[in-house]
Design a protein around this ligand. Structure first.
Ligand SMILES: [Zn+2]
Length: 60
């Protein structure tokens, strides 16, 4: 099984994700609404992950 966010091998603790970060990103998709991976390019996916991660973080 691979992480649906970044395609790395999934961690059993966070399956189907590889990490809490990717689980949070998936959660952010539902909160953010307009989250989308622009392409299959790893750099673009990483960028989308970063954007979604920021979207899930509360401002201080
Ligand atoms: Zn991942």
């Amino acid at each position: 099984m691979t992480c649906p966010i970044c395609r790395k091998p999934a961690d059993p603790r966070y399956r189907p994700f590889c990490s809490k970060r990717c689980a949070d990103v998936d959660l952010g998709k539902w909160f953010g609404g307009d989250y989308a991976v622009p392409s299959d390019d790893p750099a673009d996916i990483e960028e989308a992950v970063e954007a979604a991660t920021r979207a899930t973080q509360k401002p201080h």
